[in-house]
Write a protein that binds this ligand. Structure first.
Ligand code: ARG
Length: 429
């Protein structure tokens, strides 16, 4: 190792500490950026262990593993974390109806703490001193990975090659060619995408102009509502304590429900989102999403809650939900606040059981029916037909007391404030 290299290693590992075989665990997607990152980290004198996490993205992950090894990784892991993603992350977000800025179900954001946690696990297993990811310095994902490592393993260093290597796209491709890293032959997709069970994120290319409608080719999971079937489909979702447990009468685990629903709702054009969002780093960015299952399940869950929870709980929970969504977006998953909010949300879910019917048609998902053993809906109270047991005459007394503050306020104003202006106005009439 020449002195220049060792200097760089010192910069990346602990300053002043000499490590025999400094090791870094890299979150590896198989794409150009993270492949170049393998060689770049090796150039800096580090042993690279690659980690690819299956969170439901398409693609041949065995081939990804081979590519990591061929590019120079000392070892490459592929971990199937789909069930953990569904049961520990998506479940919590769904109970909290988490939608960033009311629009984005946080699909990309939610997978980051899981991938970050697994990076730390493998770093421990491999005795690594650092972890690495392929994020740039302009996005949210760097914040999420870095904060996750800080929270779980403050002794580990985080390296983000793309944040420091100062390569233009052309230089990066040149670097890849020099090092025998396969570069996609065609220019490939003009978009930057990220996919997992909870959705597909698309950015860049023409989408960077927020005035222009996203072209049809930007979508892969959802049919154009115009081309969607002329007959609607129904998704009947069974919930137990806030968690989906059945689809169209069949019991299945959440992973299976999400997978099935992405297909079914996507076929009917459901789940497209076009959002100008506020990034953590202060940038406004135009992002397009396809989240068929997330949209259907969240709508269904909200509809069930509306029927089984009292008004004040719903109202208070909405504030918690907005906070919860921000926290996921901002990379604060592994924090005491998230755990405390989870405790509140879980407490509200005990009676969120029942069935919700969602109609899928030409891009729309509409809740059209709901039943629950805990329904607070009482026909004898709500009806305007015979069988009404609500004592309407009692409403008058209720309104008298309920309106007392408003009446007092108005009366005092009349007595204390009949200003000349008011009098003049009266005289003018
Ligand atoms: N803006 C979204 C988020 O911060 C998604 C970013 C996904 N990345 C991508 N390459 N499209 O969670």
């Amino acid at each position: 190792m020449d002195s220049n290299t060792s200097l760089q290693v010192h910069y990346f590992i602990q300053p002043g500490k000499v490590v025999a075989h400094p090791t870094v665990v890299l979150a590896y997607s198989g794409g150009l950026d993270t492949s170049v990152a393998i060689r770049w980290l090796m150039d800096k004198g580090l042993d690279v262990v690659a980690l690819t996490v299956d969170v439901g993205q398409p693609g041949d992950l065995a081939a990804t593993k081979r590519k990591a090894e061929a590019t120079g990784a000392r070892k490459a892991y592929v971990i199937d974390a789909r069930e953990e993603f569904a049961d520990e992350y998506i479940t919590r977000a769904l109970k909290a109806n988490a939608m960033y800025e009311g629009q984005y179900p946080l699909s990309t954001a939610l997978a980051r703490p899981l991938i970050g946690k697994l990076l730390v696990d493998i770093a421990r297993k491999e005795g690594a001193q650092s972890v690495a990811h392929g994020c740039t310095g302009k996005g949210n994902d760097q914040v999420r990975f870095d904060l996750c490592t800080t929270a779980l393993a403050p002794d580990l260093t985080v390296i983000a090659p793309a944040r420091v290597w100062n390569l233009t796209r052309e230089q990066e491709i040149e670097y890849a060619r020099e090092h025998g890293i396969p570069v996609p032959a065609s220019k490939g997709s003009p978009y930057s995408t990220d996919e997992n069970l909870w959705g597909r994120s698309v950015e860049c290319g023409v989408l960077e102009n927020p005035a222009i409608e996203p072209p049809e080719e930007a979508f892969e999971w959802t049919a154009s509502p115009l081309a969607a079937p002329n007959e609607p489909a129904y998704a009947n979702i069974g919930f137990e304590a806030g968690v989906p447990v059945a689809l169209n009468g069949k019991r299945m685990d959440l992973l299976a429900i999400i997978t099935k629903l992405n297909g079914l709702a996507g076929t009917h054009g459901v789940g497209r989102i076009d959002h100008v969002e506020s990034r953590v780093v202060g940038i406004k960015s135009r992002e397009v999403y396809e989240c068929p299952a997330a949209i259907v399940l969240t709508k269904a869950h909200q509809a069930l809650e509306a029927m089984v929870l009292p008004r004040d709980v719903l109202d208070f929970k909405r504030g918690v939900e907005a906070r919860y969504a921000n926290l996921i977006y901002d990379g604060l998953w592994f924090t005491p606040l998230r755990e405390a909010l989870d405790a509140f949300v879980d407490e509200t879910q005990a009676r969120v059981s029942g069935e919700v019917s969602v109609k899928l048609f030409k891009g729309a998902a509409a809740v059209v029916g709901r039943t629950s053993p805990f329904s607070l809906y009482e026909h004898r109270l709500a009806t305007y037909s015979s069988g009404d047991t609500f004592r309407q005459e009692m409403a008058e007394g209720f309104i008298y007391v309920w309106g007392l503050p408003a009446r007092t306020w108005a009366a005092i104003g009349e007595r204390a404030q009949p200003t000349k202006l008011v009098k003049a106005a009266k005289r003018a009439k």
